[in-house]
Design a protein around this ligand. Sequence first.
Ligand code: SF4
Length: 237
Amino acid sequence: MAQQTGELAQLAASAATCTRCSLHKGRTQVVFGDGNPHAELMFVGEAPGFHEDRQGLPFVGPSGQLLNRLLAGIGLRREDVYICNVVRCHPPGNRDPHPDEIAACRDWLDGTIRLIDPKVVVTLGNFAARTLLETATGITRLRGRTYPFQDRVLLPTFHPAAALRADTSGRGENRTLKGMEEDFQTLRQLLQERRPEPLQAAHPEPSHPEPSHPEPVRPSVPEAPEARPDGEQLGLF
Ligand code: SF4
């Protein structure tokens, strides 16, 4: 475990001076990631925003506060999980990351996933889901189910920023936020299924009608890329 933590620190130190894409020109600092290096649950977002760029930590602005609330809703604290982004440098003007930037940053993402070795990966928004699932399908269609990812399970949900930008008039239901809340309930169930049975509960017959490990997970990644639904231009939902 100490070796893994050391390797993660080493990877972050290497990334700190990265100039593989043009995003390095406008950053204050590389926002590598934050959280429990031994977490079973890892979140992958899109890119550092203004606050993240200044503080050097992912999800510290309003999106981070919403993420913290959603975590608390299923009994988790921020320090229980690991959080990073598809690109580690703040895009100018908060624009979407470009494909070449995502590709340039991929090694850092793959290295982080390998070292954290989470059981469940939750992607936040379009870019993380499309990158890790290697699909052109948008998050609106991807979310609501789980996908096999390496030897883990991947659960796509909206980006918290999308929920914050969704209807805030108070006149209608915030469907993006509601969708995220549903996805976090799915997440809670996934984590429960992966917890080892308590010793005193050991019994020759299963106490649960379904297998404790959800292999195979529910529908796999759609094979054919689909058109991007309306409303996804922000890349967040
Ligand atoms: S976004 Fe990633 S690849 Fe680009 S400079 Fe930053 S760390 Fe390097």
